[in-house]
Design a protein around this ligand. Structure first.
Ligand SMILES: [Zn+2]
Ligand SMILES: [Zn+2]
Length: 344
């Protein structure tokens, strides 16, 4: 078929399926205590969910921290703003969006370049600070998306489930909470990454505390900046985190709805400059679905791909290497194959 080159490790299993017969639920208090344990140790529920026979419905209690982070943004009404707090929020948006696209997506999910084991772990930690779970969970779900893109099995396909489910609903589903280790055997062999994935709220928690103390110390040492512990917490952690989350989510929702297809990728993926700017390069989603192996997603010089520019700079100082290029034929084929029916 005119299909993308598949470079992902072979799947040993598929992800959870929906709506099957379940044993009777445990009492509410037991379920709440189990959920609270999962907030700290995300793998503590993997055994019970390992068979994937869990429903595709929103688990509101487990979702409470996610909702809480959104609600906390409204406290900006009371804490106000300052240039330094907004600047920190913006800087952390760029850094953490880069970590999601450059590390979680292009490295952990697709292995489009190489690095050392130590720097791999550092990339995992920075990615984890984006509050989008651990690197194994993220990569497992993303690989599943590519395998079943816009088919009924796809967890976040707007074609299958509508905009809101593709954007944010799917992360709230009980069936999508667990990490499918069989989808990431190449990552699961590193115990430090498994540990990071398991305790995936530790770094976000420390980051929130760090933001509070940053604002607190700045308030004492440089009162003219007009910030405070709570103000920095709200801007640097809550607002920045929500912005990174929804920026990332647009790739799952809008890039399968808006934009232009230039490659027959056998799904609804599209290219969008606007989303490429919001997400530092992920908006060239049709390019990416067609050819996943490349570290670049903007295949043409004018397709702005800030993540690629950052990764290129990192390769020049030796932090990463072996960046996989886009074959010239793939670039030349843009727009030429659309009218040809995809072969089986
Ligand atoms: Zn991808
Ligand atoms: Zn996609």
């Amino acid at each position: 078929m005119n299909a993308p080159v598949e470079t992902l490790p072979p799947a040993e299993s598929t992800a959870p399926t929906a709506e099957v017969a379940l044993p009777p639920p445990a009492p509410l208090i037991i379920r709440m205590l189990r959920t609270m344990r999962v907030w700290i140790d995300s793998h503590s529920s993997m055994q019970s969910e390992a068979d994937g026979k869990v429903p595709l419905k929103v688990d509101w209690f487990r979702l409470a921290p996610f909702i809480g982070v959104h609600l906390a943004c409204f406290s900006v009404i009371w804490v106000g703003w300052s240039w330094v707090a907004v600047g920190v929020a913006l800087g952390l948006y760029v850094l953490r969006m880069f970590a999601i696209t450059g590390f979680y997506h292009r490295y952990f999910s697709h292995r489009t370049y190489s690095t050392s084991r130590v720097f791999q772990f550092i990339m995992g930690c920075i990615g984890n600070s984006s509050v989008q779970r651990g690197p194994l969970w993220w990569a497992a779900h993303h690989r599943h998306h590519h395998r079943y893109s816009d088919m009924p099995e796809d967890s976040h396909s707007p074609r299958q489930h509508g905009f809101w489910w593709a954007h944010v609903g799917w992360v709230s589903a009980h069936a999508n909470f667990r990490t499918d280790m069989k989808a990431v055997p190449d990552l699961a062999k590193f115990p430090e990454l498994v540990l990071l994935d398991r305790f995936d709220t530790t770094i976000p928690f420390l980051m929130g505390v760090g933001m509070f103390f940053l604002g607190y110390v700045l308030n004492i040492w440089y009162p003219a900046l007009g910030t405070s512990g709570l103000q920095m917490l709200v801007w640097g952690f809550f607002i920045s985190t929500v912005a990174v989350a929804h920026g990332t989510f647009t790739v799952n929702s809008l890039t399968h709805l808006w934009g232009k297809q230039v490659y027959p990728s056998n799904d609804d993926s599209k290219n969008s400059l606007l989303i490429a700017l919001i997400t530092l390069g992920e908006g060239w989603h049709n390019n990416h679905h067609y050819y996943q192996s490349s570290v670049r997603q903007g295949f043409r010089w004018w397709q702005i791909d800030i993540t690629y520019y950052g990764l290129w700079c990192m390769s020049k100082v030796g932090l990463i290497w072996g960046l996989k290029p886009v074959p010239a034929k793939v670039i030349a084929d843009a727009g030429k194959l659309m009218d040809k029916p995809a072969a089986a």
